[in-house]
Design a protein around this ligand. Structure first.
Ligand code: ADP
Ligand code: ZN
Ligand code: ZN
Length: 708
């Protein structure tokens, strides 16, 4: 059936509809369409866009639509169909999306459509009906209401945290608790409270890998409640289904990764952000939003409590949870849970000074794992306990080298080395993926003896197996867990005690509830101490402390658990603070440094990034962009200290034959920076148009960038 042309209909109304329009298109994303009947904001529709038909969201009321000079009714296109059967997206959802688009400098259309389930952008009304019918059928069989699980008796500190949470108040909560202090139990109790009040709960975790574990715990606790997960590992159909259940109010609890922060929840009553410091909460391409920060904003918007939980909070959150008298903003309320459940101590931290080892080995380069550490691991193997050895670099060796002519295994497409992977004898670039079989001889001089330099997890696994005859050595990193189910299988074998020594990257440091690990070792953690990124130390501290938390999780082995740090800089303040598990001291020191340097959280940053065919093209655009906004910079209040730094190549400046550069923008006042960026956008759009001819490929603004 073809609908009558609404242009011919007197009663036709004009609607503002948001469609997918990237920032660079110059369209903000709200376009005017005609509809035969008024449609409430938040309604999903299919509309013509150029020669395509796309999904859009009705955004503004007819009367409020359009800032641009109104198009004549005759020129407007009509809404093709309404995606019926779904409730309109709630006002709070539209507000959140609107805020995120403005704050992260993206078009409203891009933001709104990006956060919908991908499948929803593709289906037409008929297809959606079919899917909804299937879902209705599934929902018709009610979940059986079983008796709830028996609850553990709360520890004193849990009870205290919960009573503070119960007292409410409008401030976000920062739950600062050691690993194993029972933070999850606190989330679950709060969730219970919200569910009992007929509300929905949004629980966020940083990584997909960690969802199954928490999901199992949540499912066990809330038997009979509808729990859905939302992350990028689901099939498009599952994701649509779970999202629809949330929007319809059928799902009681949504457990998800960063993308779940945008889930429409009509009865939202609580937001939890577990491991709130984790970098995974920041989207690293496209609309580079921080789900942690948006969660705080959303809680404020919808007037619901939000709990940010961590053993090592981000310095931003820590600063927000320090009272004014201690130099903080006092915006958050901090709840402390320093003790582990069962009273088990955190493992004893041993700093293994490589300088001493060097002396002991008569000046010979120490082996990858020094003797005392090897002995300690061997002892564990003998006792039937497990060890975890951390090395944040996968592959066999980061580079191959010819000692005759100096050839190194560079990537022809990137300014980076290709990593030697021994298992499949390839040289692989971790930036662009370019992979080749390892040459038999040096490609430049024919020398047959080319050597691996340095060490990745694959080599460490081999070396440990050689040094510990009889021990079962296993490995978990992105290479061994490429295939679906591989990670679960590998973890299961660790849990089953089939592995004595587990080598792994940061992947294994997070969250996993290993019961028999009594030794954790970081064998090469020093690089972070001298990295150019000002957040490197913060990340490293969090990682090491989290890794330490993998040991001694059972109180009966906690007593003799150890965390070994093999370092050349044992007296470094980071390690000294780690040894005392003194996050507060570490944070205080870091904050002092940040304040002196005028870095976050004492200043706001944005990064203007550009990619070009040449480095000159990328930097050329950035420099022109900076020059073009000199007036805007001058207009900013002097006290705000708005400043543009020179354009520089990114740390890895060429990836897949594309040159990358960046320009940092710093400002003492967030609001001033925001105003500046909004005004600069249109200037930069015009600049970018001109620079396309000279080789500019892409550009973007990254607000509150994580990696510098
Ligand atoms: P965190 O999230 O802070 O790392 P968890 O909530 O995972 O800590 O708690 C660590 C362990 O202690 C888990 O095995 C959990 O089941 C258990 N636990 C938590 N709270 C209690 C309690 N009040 N009584 C007994 N066991 C508890
Ligand atoms: Zn050579
Ligand atoms: Zn490459």
């Amino acid at each position: 059936m073809t609908a009558p042309d609404p242009r011919l209909d007197e009663a036709a109304v004009r609607l503002g509809v948001v469609v997918e329009a990237p920032q660079h298109s110059g369209l903000w994303g709200v376009l005017d369409y005609l509809s035969a009947v008024p449609l409430p904001p938040g309604t999903l529709v299919r509309v013509p866009l150029g020669r395509r038909v796309v999904t859009g969201v009705v955004w503004t009321l007819p009367s409020a639509s359009g800032e641009a000079p109104a198009m004549a009714v005759e020129d407007l296109k009509a809404v093709i169909e309404v995606l019926e059967g779904l409730p309109a997206l709630p006002p709070a959802w539209r507000q959140l999306v609107g805020f995120a688009a403005a704050y992260y400098q993206r078009s409203l259309g891009e933001m709104a459509l990006m956060v919908l389930p991908p499948e929803l952008r593709q289906v037409d009304a008929v297809q959606l009906q079919r899917r909804l019918k299937r879902l209705d059928k599934a929902l018709a069989s009610p979940e059986e209401h079983r008796a709830g699980a028996t609850l553990p008796e709360l520890s004193a500190q849990q009870a205290q945290a919960l009573s503070a949470l119960g007292a409410g108040g409008a401030r976000p909560f920062l739950l600062w608790g050691s690993t194993g202090s029972g933070k999850t139990e606190v989330y679950l109790r709060e969730a219970q409270r919200a569910l009992d009040a007929g509300q929905q709960v949004l629980m966020m975790v940083p990584e997909i890998n960690l969802t199954p574990q928490l999901e199992a715990r949540v499912a066990e606790r809330f038997a009979g409640r509808r729990i859905v997960s939302l992350h990028s590992g689901l099939t498009p159909a599952q994701r649509l289904r779970n999202w629809v259940m949330a929007l319809q109010g059928h799902a009681d609890l949504v457990l998800g990764t960063r993308l779940s922060v945008f889930t429409p929840l009509p009865r939202l009553g609580l937001i939890v952000v577990d491991e709130e410091h984790d970098p995974s909460y920041k989207q690293q391409d496209g609309a580079r939003y921080s789900a942690r920060d948006l969660a705080v904003y959303r809680a404020h918007l919808e007037k619901v409590p939000v709990i940010l939980g961590s053993a090592t909070p981000s310095l931003e959150s820590w600063h927000n949870a320090l009272p004014g008298a201690e130099g903080g903003t006092g915006r958050y309320l901090r709840l402390d849970m320093p003790e582990r459940i069962g009273g088990g101590d955190m493992p004893r931290v041993r700093l293994l000074d490589q300088n001493h080892v060097l002396k002991a080995t008569m000046g010979q380069e120490p082996p990858p794992v020094s003797r005392p550490l090897l002995d300690a691991i061997a002892q564990r193997v003998e006792r039937g306990e497990q060890s975890l050895v951390l090395l944040n670099r996968r592959g066999y060796a980061p580079v191959l080298h010819c000692s005759d002519c100096g050839w190194k295994s560079g990537c022809p497409h990137c300014s980076a080395w290709r990593v030697f992977h021994k298992a499949d004898r390839t040289l692989r670039c971790h930036h662009c993926g370019f992979s080749e079989r390892v040459p038999r001889a040096c490609p430049d001089c024919g020398n047959q003896d080319i050597q691996p330099v340095g060490r990745g997890t694959e080599r460490l696994e081999e070396q440990l197996a050689a040094a510990l005859p009889g021990a079962r050595v296993g490995r978990i990193d992105a290479d061994v867990t490429k295939h679906k189910g591989a990670l679960e299988a590998q973890l299961a074998s660790v849990h089953a005690g089939e592995v004595d020594v587990l080598v792994g990257t940061q992947m294994v440091a997070k969250g996993h509830d290993f019961r028999r690990i009594t030794l954790v070792a970081a064998v090469n953690p020093d690089a972070a101490l001298f990295a150019s990124d000002f957040r490197a130390a913060e990340r490293q501290f969090a990682l090491l402390l989290q890794a330490a938390g993998r040991a001694g999780r059972d109180a009966d082995v906690a007593g003799h658990s150890e965390m070994w740090v093999q370092t050349w800089h044992a007296s470094h303040p980071l390690y000294q603070a780690l040894q005392r598990y003194d996050f507060a001291a570490f944070a205080t020191r870091q904050l002092q440094e940040r304040q002196m340097a005028g870095l976050p959280p004492y200043a706001s940053l944005a990064m203007l990034r550009a990619e070009g065919k040449t480095q000159e093209a990328a930097q050329g655009f950035l420099e022109a962009a900076a020059t073009a906004v000199q007036d805007l910079v001058a207009q900013a209040p002097e006290a705000a200290g708005l400043m543009l730094y020179p354009a520089v190549p990114t740390p890895v400046q060429r990836v897949a034959n594309v040159e990358r550069a960046q320009l940092m923008i710093e400002c003492g006042q967030r609001a001033v920076l925001q105003r500046f960026l909004s005004a600069a956008q249109s200037v930069w759009l015009a600049q970018a148009q001109q620079h396309r001819r000279s080789g500019l490929i892409r550009w973007a603004v990254d607000v509150d960038p994580l990696a510098i």
